[in-house]
Design a protein around this ligand. Structure first.
Ligand code: UT7
Length: 307
């Protein structure tokens, strides 16, 4: 058995916070933020469950399938509405789904982890899985800390994944973690998000490239065959450096962080949907999705795009 992406949907809060607005309360500038990160603005508001439910509803509509047909709901999030319960059952309930629903926390690799879980569920008989990446990072952001406040944003993306006979869309994947690097990006109970940005930057490029290469080797393809790279959206300089090392021109990568900042688990589905809406994806295209994040975790997948 394999899996096939049947539909996609996204949701972001209406409230736009520009670099200009942040520079009124923080010792920062639009130039610094844009030059160092590529971010122009981010969305702020909502909750992981409300954004996730809206993205999921849109994915169901896009796929043209009913909520009752969903066998599992897998939510990737680092920012569930509460510690208990998980947010996936809240999303399921909002959609009228009573199927199993659970959260996955693999930070910015979360969406790709959830896709891989869907692949495993399909292999054991699930017919249709709703996979969501949703984040409410603004709630855990110290808005007085210029090193973090400029980077993060809220949003959600969802995909309907069907089990199919044969290899399906997922041609190769690579997932991993290294808990010895847990101290580099943290948010303790009751605290706010903190990271050693420089150190993560240094490791992120190598981790993403090595993981992407392993996924491509499993898929039996080389980087020149890729139509598009859809990376986690942390920093445009990380994306450019990773693409350069993979031998992929920057034009073949998708960047949405200028509009949304770093939305962790939501960043890859937001970027997929953007590529789709702007007609950058054609039937049969080979696409690399790759991410890294707190843990540290990493995840890459080679997908054959089917319309
Ligand atoms: O989602 C996965 C996890 N996250 C990431 O992947 C993020 C990885 N890291 C990064 O993207 C970058 O390291 C940052 C964007 C976080 C920082 O960029 P940088 O080029 O590594 O800057 P830096 O930390 O070396 O800081 C340079 C200077 C420092 O001042 P001094 O020490 O040179 O005087 C900072 O204090 O910039 C200062 N700075 C700022 N200045 C204006 C730090 N943040 C700001 C700010 N505005 N917002």
């Amino acid at each position: 058995m394999g899996i096939q992406f049947r539909g996609w949907g996204t949701a972001v809060p209406d409230r736009i916070v520009s670099n200009e607005e942040l520079s009124q309360t923080l010792d920062t500038t639009d130039e610094w933020i844009f030059e160092r990160t590529g971010i122009r603005e981010r969305r702020v508001g909502g909750s992981s469950s409300s954004l996730g439910a809206l993205a999921a509803q849109r994915a169901l509509e896009d796929a043209g399938v009913s909520a009752e047909s969903i066998d599992y709901v897998v939510l990737a999030t680092t920012t569930p509405d509460s510690l208990i319960p998980a947010s996936a059952p809240l999303i399921a309930h909002a959609l009228g789904i009573t199927a199993p629903a659970f959260d996955v926390n693999a930070a910015c690799s979360g969406f790709m982890y959830a896709v891989r879980i869907a692949d495993g569920l399909a292999a054991t008989g699930a017919k249709r899985i709703l996979v969501i990446g949703a984040e409410n990072l603004s709630r855990w952001t110290d808005w007085n800390d210029r090193t973090m406040a400029v980077l993060l944003g809220d949003g959600a993306g969802a995909a309907i994944i069907d089990s199919v006979e044969g290899p399906g869309d997922l041609l190769g994947f690579d997932l991993g973690s290294d808990g010895s690097l847990a101290h580099l990006l943290r948010c303790d109970h009751g605290g706010t998000i903190w990271m050693d940005g420089k150190e993560i930057f240094r490791r992120a490029v190598r981790i993403m490239v090595e993981s992407a290469e392993r996924a491509m080797a499993i898929a039996g393809i080389s980087s020149d065959q890729l139509s598009l790279v859809i990376p986690h959206q942390a920093n445009v300089r990380i994306i450019q450096a990773a693409c350069q090392r993979l031998g992929v021109e920057a034009e073949r990568s998708v960047v949405v962080l200028d509009r949304y900042g770093n939305t962790s688990s939501a960043s890859i589905p937001l970027a997929v949907d953007d590529a789709r809406q702007s007609q950058r994806l054609k039937d049969g295209d080979l696409v690399l999705m790759t991410g890294f994040g707190a843990g540290m975790t990493w995840a890459s997948a080679v997908v054959r795009w089917s319309a």
